[in-house]
Design a binder for this molecule. Structure first.
Ligand code: 5GP
Length: 213
């Protein structure tokens, strides 16, 4: 862990929710619904070198940057974690998480399994959730329906997805996305439970004084 990561961990507030899901699992819709249901949740917008898709906006879905820009930021240690996924770079900048967390917001990080490995290695506190597709066929079908990927890219994403599914033990929770609403409800239940952990309880002078008289 770098000094910067260490310092950041000591000052963190709010619950980090780390979500992984193979492409075509419904992660984007799930995450959008979650932000509607959790007003105190902010999505950490990642940086990527991949091409912007129809319907996506720069600075909202991702910060879309060139390989050069990404490498400069990476060498400057601006990323909490970064990884090469498929053929492109993806990374979570410190900037995307610092401010919302300092303001007490929960924060949603959408990462691939390499990002999860990096965060686990630095003992990054949070709820680690893996969303699974109901089947590989369903996952491929959803990728095709999206109409944004070439056959080659669909095959690559399906293979990467299978590798991610094999890594399920790296997560705290696994949810199969049969139905978006049910998946969102499951995540909300996880968040409620995680927030009630003794290890996260910060007694306020009032609650303790009142309870003990
Ligand atoms: P997509 O190109 O479909 O938006 O994302 C491809 C993969 O990259 C997904 O598994 C997604 O979770 C992952 N990803 C997105 N942002 C980041 C990030 O900042 N770091 C890491 N490690 N993976 C990311």
């Amino acid at each position: 862990m770098t000094k910067k990561q260490d310092e950041w961990q000591m000052t963190q507030k709010g619950l980090p929710i780390i979500i992984s899901a193979p492409s075509g699992t419904g992660k984007t819709t799930t995450c959008k619904r979650l932000t509607q249901r959790m007003p105190d949740l902010r999505i950490a917008t990642s940086h990527t070198t991949r091409k912007i898709r129809d319907g996506e906006s720069d600075g909202v879905d991702y910060f879309f940057v060139s390989k050069n820009e990404f490498e400069t930021k990476r060498d400057n240690k601006d990323f909490l974690e970064w990884a090469q996924v498929h053929t492109e770079y993806y990374g979570t900048s410190f900037e995307s998480i610092e401010k919302p967390q300092q303001e007490g917001f929960d924060i949603l990080l959408e990462l691939d399994v390499q990002g999860v490995d990096s965060l686990r290695n630095m003992k990054f506190d949070g709820a680690y959730i893996l969303i699974l597709p109901p089947s590989i066929e369903e996952m491929t079908k959803r990728l095709r329906k999206r109409g944004t990927e070439t056959e080659e890219s669909i095959e690559r994403r399906t293979n990467t997805g299978k590798e991610e599914i094999k890594s399920y033990k790296k997560y705290d929770y696994v949810i199969t996305n049969f139905d978006i609403e049910e998946t969102v409800e499951s995540i909300l239940a996880i968040v409620h439970a995680e927030k009630s952990r003794v290890s996260r309880y910060i007694p306020t002078s009032n609650d303790i004084k009142e309870l003990l008289g």
